[in-house]
Ligand binder design. Structure first.
Ligand code: ZN
Length: 241
């Protein structure tokens, strides 16, 4: 048994007994961790009000023999409380933590994912964007090594792409494309994000293309990661936490 310190992002919380919580967290240096926070549901306990999904903490943890570590002490890095106050932001933040939860496994080194997710949530807490989820999902695909290949058509190299292969992310031109068409504006936004120009795409106002951008990226992501995001396909936000 030993004590260790790390930064953690709370993904999910579960009730345990009368007053405790179990937290599923992504940590910066120890990958995914499951932690017991004793007394976390007591309003006047030492963790009072700080153990919520989307919260980023500097934590002191105790590694026991079982699967669960124990949370000893926390300092808040970022509460991101505005994500609980705005329904639209909350839905997006829920998708971020759901995605992070689904792509992360115990024992993996996940510092790049940690940095991406915590930066994204802090940014969303400050300012919403119509393109937020699509940008986050694309950067997550980059971290996972599954970014779509949009330099040119897979068959002929033509720069003018009109569709994206759902299974492997290759762009295709109008002659060689078979799947549903993607507009030029969306291809350009995707290229910008893949080139690291996330701020310019996040700062774009809501456009017709924003809806298509999100739909195209999420469809590709779900296909390539073989998953379905409950938070993207449910109209009932009360189901989520
Ligand atoms: Zn072609």
């Amino acid at each position: 048994m030993s004590e260790y310190k790390d930064s953690i992002l709370v993904l999910r919380t579960y009730k345990l007994g009368e007053s405790d919580r179990i937290l599923s967290c992504l940590s910066k240096e120890h990958g995914k961790v499951r932690v017991v926070a004793k007394g976390a549901r007591k309003p006047k306990g030492k963790f009072g009000g700080r153990i919520e999904p989307f919260t980023e903490l500097n934590a002191s943890l105790w590694r026991g023999r079982g699967e669960l570590d124990t949370l000893r002490q926390v300092d808040v890095i970022s509460l991101n409380s505005s994500l609980h106050e705005d329904l639209d932001k909350m839905m997006k933040a829920a998708t971020v933590v759901e995605l992070v939860d689904k792509v992360s496994f115990d024992g993996q080194e996940l510092s790049e994912l940690y940095t991406l997710a915590t930066r994204a949530l802090r940014l969303l807490a400050q300012k919403d964007s119509a393109n937020f989820l699509a940008v986050f999902a694309l950067r997550l695909l980059v971290v996972e090594g599954l970014a779509p290949q949009l330099e040119g058509c897979r068959v002929c190299g033509d720069r003018k792409l009109t569709s994206i292969e759902a299974r492997n992310g290759y762009g295709l031109c109008v002659v060689h494309g078979v799947s549903s068409p993607v507009s030029t504006g969306v291809i350009e936004m995707m290229r910008a994000v893949l080139a690291g120009k996330t701020a310019s795409v996040l700062n774009l106002e809501m456009m017709d293309e924003s809806v298509e951008f999100e739909a195209v990226v999420i469809e590709y992501l779900e296909s390539v990661l073989s998953l379905r995001l409950a938070s993207m396909h449910s109209n009932d936000s009360s189901l989520m936490f």
